[in-house]
Write a protein that binds this ligand. Structure first.
Ligand SMILES: Nc1nc2c(c(=O)[nH]1)N[C@H]1C(S)=C(S)[C@@H](COP(=O)(O)OP(=O)(O)OC[C@H]3O[C@@H](n4cnc5c(=O)[nH]c(N)nc54)[C@H](O)[C@@H]3O)O[C@H]1N2
Ligand SMILES: Nc1nc2c(c(=O)[nH]1)N[C@H]1C(S)=C(S)[C@@H](COP(=O)(O)OP(=O)(O)OC[C@H]3O[C@@H](n4cnc5c(=O)[nH]c(N)nc54)[C@H](O)[C@@H]3O)O[C@H]1N2
Ligand code: SF4
Ligand SMILES: [Mo]
Length: 754
């Protein structure tokens, strides 16, 4: 079935193929329209990855498309703080002029880029690199530097790239600070979790201070004290080594430096460490033995550990769990995988930020350092920021400080569908077409051995006044004169002759002008783009990525049925339910290792030191003043980052309550529905309370994505707590600079009604 080409009348009752944009799984969907409303939504059974699966949230997507405060015209902020509606030509011309001015006065590297895509929209971001190249911008960041950069750095030392777990087949599945029942991440998560729970031959191990819906299904729930995972994992690894449940043959054949690691773990005091995490030693030992004797093990670490103390060390210990037991490159285990385009770099090299020398991992400036890089009179501070598809004034630690940071810049440009908390701080706001109004895709293609990619066709015409990001970037680049007209004309002529002549002409031009490489997405958009069917101009960059797939994974691509890069590109353009772009053999996993000897180097000296230091590292960060550990930003049945702005999509708990253990609530004199004041070192907030025996004493949680400012008559109204009004940029990991959002020392008090 073809999607509605832009401008076409579409029949009522027709099902349009697309995908959900609320989490990285991007489940395939069918949508029926009633004018511009989403009348019916259901799972797409033909989808290559999700095969009809959806969770409860996808059915509410009309609240994204038609709710919230959609933007329909570019806005410019005036000196009195008010916004003026301006036309696109004015906006593009003024922004280009002001970017050039920053570049001339301070250098293009003072232009900072944040974002590039959320849970559903990475295609626009793929073009942003060309703009960055044209203005000389060198520094960037995104939400990845709030969660995955520490893990990526560890990967950079070990397997050299991202690994993924085969939970469909794993005998033992381990979830560390991950609640896939609510947050997914594992494709078709609820089905897979239920299958594991039902099968007596398979086991699930969950490390979580909360008895989550996932923990309900687990065979081993290690309900540890918040923030103590490093000790818990060390104890598990200690059992594996001390009870000799290690795969020595695997270590000898496939790794180097294992002796240093085993030596460190042989000294772990298992009893003492189990005590620190508050988990019975017997349970730690039983979980370790289950891992050590399993035919296959897959693990998934997520925000519960990545946004908590010792997160980079924990990533290392997590990976040792499956490496020391030989759970790599076989069904049910862990695997590196192909990419259409890598989401970040996976390197052990550390670059440094210009002002504070913070570590840049995977090419990303740590989110918690951005404010410190700007709120200074250091000459190398950033002067301008382009924010695309992200809402950092809401999602970064210490929102008040981040708003101040945006105020301190000479120029802030925001590309978004909605008038967000970040847009309110911008000098220019550019209205993007929604993810159902344009060609879109994500690069969350993380599977092995079958890896899939879904280019989504538009379901609707763009809302009048909005543009797709590739067109916005192209207009800026045209205005900047980034590529000479002559070169573009030559390529346009070649494109008319066919893909073969186009490819050779492109290669010839690149050979004479290397600077074109960084501008390639834009060049493709301008020259190949107009020749693509169904107005799929934005898909042009995928032609370049298909060439990359053919070069890097030729055999896997051919196994997936694509005989050439162009054949793959055509399949992507035509495949409305996604395409499988690579099929690997399990043995191929070794080819993904970047080392000539194809052995995994196991020792990371800095992290082995951190492991040794654990014996004297503080395991608690609370105090008499702030006695609670607040998890600021839990994924629940009705949270979806800030993608839905309209709060009426929540059927339950519309304002997002603070969850507390019954004993704590009794001590504080609180019952469900009461209001409590939460105070941290950075701020205070008032929340309704939900007493919930899933929480342990001393631990409280707030949902993520709430506290958005919604239009209400002449003003705005806020529902729920914006978690980052309470967080502090200084609470961050020593290695990666990633935040401790899940571990915020807090005080909770009953709010007396007046
Ligand atoms: N419903 C829903 N799903 C989503 C999203 C959403 O907003 N809503 N967002 C998406 C995004 S961007 C992401 S990154 C993922 C995140 O997905 P998850 O990481 O699964 O989400 P969280 O609920 O933030 O955290 C997971 C778990 O960590 C636990 N935790 C808290 N502190 C600790 C600790 O000290 N140790 C351990 N071991 N666990 C701890 C929490 O109790 C929680 O159950 O979800 C994605 N999916
Ligand atoms: N305290 C605390 N803070 C957190 C977290 C937490 O657990 N606790 N979680 C962190 C994590 S894991 C993440 S991933 C981040 C998420 O935070 P952000 O990276 O800021 O992303 P989202 O909230 O997903 O917001 C996406 C933005 O994209 C816009 N958008 C939607 N569709 C389009 C489109 O087609 N084009 C454009 N241009 N814009 C579009 C939306 O309106 C929204 O403003 O938050 C992080 N912050
Ligand atoms: S699992 Fe994720 S992508 Fe799939 S329907 Fe739910 S929120 Fe959407
Ligand atoms: Mo995330």
């Amino acid at each position: 079935m073809n999607a509605a080409p832009a401008g076409a009348e579409t029949a009522q009752g027709e099902w349009h193929k697309t995908a959900c944009i609320l989490c990285e799984n991007n489940c395939g969907l069918l949508i029926q329209l009633d004018d511009r409303r989403f009348a019916k939504i259901r799972g797409d059974k033909e989808h290559v990855a999700s095969a009809g699966y959806t969770c409860n949230k996808a059915l509410r997507l009309d609240h994204y498309q038609n709710g919230g405060a959609r933007l329909t015209t570019p806005l410019r902020r005036e000196s009195d703080g008010s916004f003026t509606e301006i036309d696109w030509d004015t906006a593009i011309s003024e922004i280009a002029t002001r970017l050039t001015e920053v570049q001339r006065r301070h250098g293009g590297d003072k232009i900072f880029y944040y974002g590039g895509g959320g849970q559903g929209n990475h295609l626009g971001g793929a073009y942003s690199g060309a703009l960055r190249r044209a203005v000389g911008a060198r520094y960037r960041s995104s939400a990845l530097a709030q969660e995955k950069t520490g893990e990526g750095w560890v990967d950079g030392h070990l397997t050299g790239s991202h690994t993924t777990g085969d939970f469909e087949h794993a005998e033992v599945s381990v979830f560390l600070g991950k609640n896939p029942w609510q947050s997914h991440g594992v494709p078709r998560a609820r089905t897979v979790l239920q299958q594991i729970a039902k099968d007596s031959a398979r086991s699930m191990i969950v490390l979580d201070p909360v008895r989550t819906e996932t923990a309900d299904l687990a065979d081993f729930h290690l309900q540890l004290r918040p923030g103590t995972d490093a000790w818990c994992l060390s104890a598990i690894l200690g059992v594996l080594v001390q009870d000799d449940l290690i795969d020595h043959a695997f270590l000898a054949e496939h790794t180097t430096d294992s002796a240093a690691v085993l030596r460190e773990l042989s000294g772990i005091d298992i009893t003492a460490y189990a005590e620190i995490c508050g988990v019975p030693e017997d349970l730690v030992r039983a979980a370790a033995r289950r891992i050590g004797t399993a035919g296959s093990v897959a693990t998934y670490e997520d925000l519960g550990v990545q946004q908590s103390p010792n997160s980079t060390l924990i990533s290392y210990l997590n990976k040792l769990l499956w490496l020391l037991t030989g759970n790599f490159a076989k069904p049910g285990a862990m695997h590196p995988h192909s990419w259409m385009a890598p989401l970040a770099g996976y390197s052990r090299d550390i670059k440094r930020t210009p002002v504070t020398g913070a570590p840049i991992l995977g090419g990303m400036v740590p989110c918690n350092s951005i404010a410190e890089e700007i709120l200074t009179d250091h000459p190398d501070r950033f002067r301008a920021m382009i924010v695309e598809s992200s809402n950092p004034a809401h999602s970064l630690a210490d929102s008040a400080k981040f708003r101040q940071t945006l105020d301190a810049l000479d120029l802030v440009v925001v590309l978004d569908v909605a008038f967000t908390e970040t847009a309110r701080c911008a000098d220019y706001v550019l209205p993007a077409a929604s993810q159902f109004e344009k060609w879109e895709a994500t690069f969350f293609n993380l599977e092995f051995p079958h890896n899939t990619f879904h280019l989504r066709a538009p379901v609707l015409d763009p809302l009048p006044g909005t543009l797709a990001e590739p067109e916005i970037y192209a207009r800026l680049l045209r205005r900047l004169g980034a590529v000479g007209r002559g070169k573009l004309a030559v390529l346009r002529a070649a494109a008319k002759l066919g893909r073969g002549p186009y490819k050779w002409t492109f290669a010839a031009l690149l050979a004479t002008d290397k600077s074109l490489a960084g501008l390639a997405p834009y060049v493709l958009y301008e020259t190949l783009g107009p020749t693509l069917p169904d107005n799929a101009r934005s898909a042009a960059v995928l032609w370049g990525l298909a060439q990359r797939v053919a070069k890097v994974y030729p055999a896997a691509m051919r196994r997936a049925g694509h005989r050439s890069a162009d054949a793959l590109f055509d399949a992507i353009l035509a495949g409305r339910s996604g395409v499988t772009f690579t099929i690997d053999d399990y043995a191929d996993a070794w080819d993904y290792l970047p080392y000539p000897d194809k052995r995994i180097p196991l020792a990371i000296p800095d992290l082995l030191h951190a492991l040794r230091d654990l014996a004297t590292t503080p395991a608690t960060h609370t105090s008499a003043e702030f006695p609670f550990v607040l998890a600021a930003g839990e994924r629940r049945a009705f949270t979806a980052n800030t993608i839905f702005r309209d709060n009426t999509w929540r059927h339950r708990d519309p304002n997002g309550s603070l969850r507390l253990n019954p004993d704590d609530a009794a001590d504080l004199g609180l019952t469900t529905g009461d209001r409590a004041r939460i105070t941290t070192s950075r701020g205070t907030a008032v929340s309704s309370v939900e007493i919930n025996d899933r929480m342990q004493p001393g631990h409280a949680s707030l949902p993520n994505g709430l506290g958005l400012d919604l239009p209400d008559g002449d003003g705005t109204q806020r529902t729920g707590v914006a978690a980052n009004e309470l967080t502090d940029v200084t609470w961050r990991d020593a290695f990666a600079g990633t935040p401790w959002h899940k571990h915020v020392p807090a005080r909770i008090e009953r709010l007396e009604e007046v």
